[in-house]
Design a protein around this ligand. Structure first.
Ligand code: URP
Ligand code: ZN
Ligand code: ZN
Ligand code: ZN
Length: 471
């Protein structure tokens, strides 16, 4: 097909190289990378700016069913709108099985929530909360074959958690069918025991959420997840790793040759437990998420893990709840005990600009590493590469042109449907000047260009990540 769009004078960044080229696009795909491509019908001048692949946010929650009155603020419309304006062109949220529900029914329900609403492409992870023999032997293998090749296993949360035997069962299916198992590693019994003690002492303010989930409970569960994966002999991916002790467990596993992949999130780079409150004020509910943010020293450990290869990918874990709302952080309109505060913070739009500003422009990670963590590896981990996550001939024309400019972030700048951002007041040094999704402009640096239904469902292939380095 003839080239219908050229992105000219791009400083193209991939996970392996940075080079100057024009990018030729036809039919929504990249068809040429060359110097001095002939003039096309449509031209966008990148003017020597950095152009990265559109971000792949492989861990976000959109319109995920919650127990009433709690409801997520973002659905596939507002969630993918925010994603696009922040440079993310592929999202992988979760189709969550309720206990007693068939996995198939959960997937079909989630398709109804996404269909015709998404502005960027999407795939689904599964959440397996009820691994009955029917789910393990029939539904899961069939769904994996149909492009749902990853699932999340929870070790905590009453309505989602699996015991060790159930985890082994689910991991066995991952091994047999080549799926990717994501694990939320926190020890549920320790959390419950600590929560009861805190409640008995009247310590129910948001900040005590962090006291109920100390690093130890994450460290223990991380080690147990590693052991369970080793017993089954299957790769695992530990999600939202928050600090040093969990990192140590992952290094230990790698040192023993185990295939343990790891994800972290911006909240562990930019927030601390102090953001949950230094006194008993309810404001801290905004930053209640699990695992909780730790301290400055742990932030440094996470930065080191990003640059040295410990972390495979960086996701947002966008879990959008309004702060001042009865369906959000004040369930039923009340300032509730921390146990009842919906867990999660918004971040789907700020993920890439935060890492670009504080990682790339501060010299903590290279541009190549930025692309690897935010696009290439998430696409490989979940079987979407090389269609997604890179700038190459044949890949979808999902591109971000970066503009380096300093500004103080306000929630009003963002496009999610959440009434706050934990990062308000931070000085950012970069933001997308343009986001292209399959060759269409979705964000031009000032305005969002909506087209609900532009986002297509992506059936995922098998993971293609290389085994991690031994240490
Ligand atoms: O607090 C968080 N992270 N909420 C989202 C759900 C999860 O566990 O990822
Ligand atoms: Zn059956
Ligand atoms: Zn989780
Ligand atoms: Zn999550």
């Amino acid at each position: 097909a003839p080239i219908d769009l050229v992105v000219r004078n791009a400083r193209v960044a991939t996970a392996s190289d940075v080079f100057d080229a024009d990018i030729g696009i036809a039919g929504g795909r990249i068809v040429a990378l060359a110097q001095s491509l002939p003039k096309a019908e449509r031209e966008i001048d990148a003017a020597g700016r950095v152009v990265t692949p559109g971000g792949v946010d492989a861990h976000c929650h959109l319109d995920q069913p919650m127990a009433p009155p709690v409801r997520m603020a973002d659905d596939f419309d507002t969630g993918t709108r925010a994603a696009a304006c922040g440079g993310t062109t592929t999202v992988i949220p979760f189709a969550a099985q309720e206990k007693g529900q068939s996995l198939r029914a959960a997937v079909e329900d989630y398709h109804r929530r996404a269909h015709g609403k998404a502005h960027v492409d999407y795939a689904f992870h599964l959440i397996v909360s009820d691994p009955t023999p029917h789910v393990l032997n029939e539904e899961l293998p069939a769904l994996i074959a149909q492009g749902y090749t990853s699932f999340k296993i929870y070790m905590t949360y009453d309505d989602l958690k699996l015991d060790d035997g159930q985890i082994l069962d689910v991991l066995s299916v991952a091994r047999e069918h080549g799926a990717m198992a994501m694990i939320h590693a926190e020890n549920a019994d320790c959390i419950e025991w600590l929560t009861k003690r805190l409640e008995a002492a009247g310590r129910t303010a948001p900040r005590f959420h962090a006291h109920a989930r100390p690093m130890l409970v994450e460290r223990e569960a991380t080690h147990r997840a590693i052991a369970l994966g080793q017993l089954v002999d299957v790769p695992i991916l530990i999600v939202h790793v928050s600090g040093r002790e969990a990192v140590e467990q992952i290094r230990w596993a790698r040192g023993h040759g185990l295939q343990v992949f790891a994800e972290t999130c911006p909240q562990y780079l930019f927030l601390t437990a102090a953001d949950l409150g230094v006194d008993d004020s309810y404001q801290g509910a905004r930053c209640v998420c699990s695992p909780p943010p730790r301290d400055k020293a742990n932030q440094e450990v996470i930065w080191d893990g990003l640059s040295d290869g410990l972390f495979t990918l960086l996701s947002s874990d966008h879990a959008p709840f309004n702060y001042d709302a009865p369906e959000g952080k004040k369930p039923g309109g009340e300032e509730v005990a921390f146990r009842h505060i919906p867990n999660g913070i918004p971040g789907i739009e700020t993920r890439l600009p935060l890492l670009y500003s504080e990682g790339v422009l501060s010299g903590r990670i290279t541009l190549e590493k930025f692309v690897e963590l935010t696009a290439t590896n998430p696409a490989k981990a979940y079987g979407l590469h090389p269609r997604k996550g890179t700038i190459a001939i044949g890949a979808d024309a999902d591109l971000v042109i970066w503009e380096e400019r300093e500004f103080v972030l306000r929630n009003d700048d963002l496009h999610h449907a959440v009434d706050y951002t934990p990062y308000a007041g931070m000085t950012l040094r970069a933001w997308p000047a343009l986001t292209l999704a399959a060759g269409e402009v979705v964000w031009d640096g000032r305005a969002f260009h909506p087209r609900q239904g532009r986002g297509r469902f992506l059936a995922c292939g098998r993971p293609t990540l290389r085994p991690p380095r031994r240490s």
